[in-house]
Every structure is written in C-alpha cells, then in structure tokens.
Design a protein around this ligand. Structure first.
Ligand code: ATP
Ligand code: MN
Length: 152
C-alpha cells in the first residue's frame, strides 16, 4: 500500500515531529521516503529583487547561500535520520507555493502517503491547521497523515 511516502518539511520542530512518523512508517512498510522542501516564493517576494525572484522561481538557488542552507538543512535532517535506520531517502528542493508544490510532487512521483505537521515555522497555535497543511488537504487526493504538533 505505502511504497512511496512524502514528508514535506520546512525544517521546523513541528515538521521534525512529522518526520519521526514518516521514518517509522517507511521502516515498517519498507517504503522509499521522499523529503521535500519548498522555497516559498510568496514569503520572499517582499525581501528580494525581481532578478533574485526569477532565479528562485527557476530553481536556481545554488548561489543563494542562505536559502540553500535552510533547504539543505531541512531535507538533510530526514536523510541523516533515514541513513541511521537504513531507510532510503530521496531529497528534493523546489520553489513555488508550498501546498501547490507538495500536491504536484505527490502526483508526479506516485506518492502513496503524505506525512506532514499540523503546523510549521510560523506555528500560530490557535489555528487548528497551518495554511500549507490545510491547502494541501484541499489540493490533493493522496492520503495525508497530519501529525498534531501543538504543545498542549
Ligand atoms: P502558516 O504558514 O499558515 O502561517 P505554519 O507555518 O504554522 O502556519 P504550515 O506552514 O501549514 O504551518 O506548516 C505545516 C506543515 O506543512 C509543516 O509541518 C511541514 O510539514 C509543511 N510545510 C510547511 N511549509 C513548507 C515548505 N516551505 N516546504 C515543505 N513543507 C512545508
Ligand atoms: Mn508555514
């Protein structure tokens, strides 16, 4: 049933809780685990110039060290913990609107299950779900396991 599991991560503590569940499921099902970080175009549009935004949109953030480092840290966390447990992890970094990229990635890569956090970096705890998770649920028909990472 679950041959390919996707864990979208923004590198937050709450996403890391989802990673724990994703690793455990990948282990139990012998599944390949995909870790996806999306460089959020909307959140960067105010801070960056048009040229830099174009580059990000085209997925060319190799020279943008801060962006690249955040992305690598987020997917690298999954890869490292996967390695420790003998789980095959495919790391992927893309750019765009996170929920759209998660849904697109899931469909294009025959993902059987998405595992994600209820919240992420901004972690507004009064909302039941963060907007990326809520929109992903609306956008995709792939099953989604939401890990509730609220503190109480
Ligand atoms: P909001 O972004 O709506 O202000 P939030 O940051 O608390 O609220 P979300 O962004 O919806 O909540 O995060 C929920 C989950 O979505 C995270 O735990 C992670 O699994 C996934 N996610 C969020 N942003 C990204 C991203 N840029 N790339 C990959 N996955 C992401
Ligand atoms: Mn967020």
């Amino acid at each position: 049933m679950y041959d390919k599991i996707l864990v979208p991560t923004d590198g937050s503590d709450t996403a890391e809780q989802a990673v724990e569940h994703a690793l455990d499921l990948a282990d139990k099902y012998g599944a390949e685990l995909h870790a996806l970080y999306v460089v959020d175009i909307d959140s960067m549009s105010l801070a960056l110039g048009a040229e830099q935004l174009d580059r990000i949109e085209q997925g060319q953030f190799d020279q943008m060290e801060e962006v690249k480092a955040k992305a690598d840290a987020a997917t690298g966390y999954v890869a490292e913990h996967g390695r420790d447990r003998g789980i095959e992890v495919v790391e992927h970094i893309s750019s765009g609107r996170p929920h759209e990229m998660v849904a697109t990635y899931a469909e294009n890569n025959d993902i059987d299950l998405v595992v994600m956090g209820s919240h992420g970096r901004s972690g507004i705890k009064r909302a039941l779900l963060g907007s990326v998770t809520e929109r992903t649920l609306r956008e995709t028909r792939v099953p989604v396991l939401v890990v509730d990472a609220r503190e109480d």
